[in-house]
Design a protein around this ligand. Sequence first.
Ligand code: PRP
Length: 214
Amino acid sequence: MKTTLNIALPKGRLGEKVYSMFEKAGFPCPEIKENSRKLIFENEELAIRYFWVKPSDVAIYVERAAADIGVAGKDILLEYSPDVYELLDLKTGICKMAVAAKKEFRDNPKKTLKVATKFTNIAKNYYDTLGRDIDIIHLNGSIEIAPILNLSDVIVDIVETGTTLKENGLEVKESIVDISARLIANKASYKFKNEKIDALVKGLGKILEENSND
Ligand code: PRP
């Protein structure tokens, strides 16, 4: 019997992009393109199974071995430090984690800085290294509103095109770290399903190389 490789992909635009890389790498599952509400797809012949999961949940599935491998943003890996292997930078889903604030904002180092973010650990670590005293305000989304309503002085959030900041009168004040999608593996799966995972890593590596030569 073939052992099935379980792959968790982030639902949405990034996931679709990543799936087409997996397809080109020799891991197709045509049913996935049928645009249904289904969340699990299997290619029995190749013994692979894909699931669409919420992007921020991929690492949990992989860490707990519900998926053998998956694709997660570096932001999630830095924020939650899941106990998984990071195998490959897929060079897609590229954005950065940054500190942003109203244009006119000037930091007063004598005052505790109020920071609104979804990424509490990333923000804490960043300001720890600067030795800056902060008050974290954890929000779940639409973070850009916080400085406008004076809920916070700054935000720590993902910036991709910069449009959201611009349209809300905010600007990047400091860049924290570059983010992109990473291929991750469960540690036990990596050992026991190594041949298949290695074949995928090699296939994806080739595609990345071709893309970089374009
Ligand atoms: C993310 C991020 C910013 C936006 C940045 O939000 O939190 O709000 O994308 O993209 P841009 O620089 O291209 O404008 P997301 O859409 O993930 O929703 P959220 O409000 O839940 O964070």
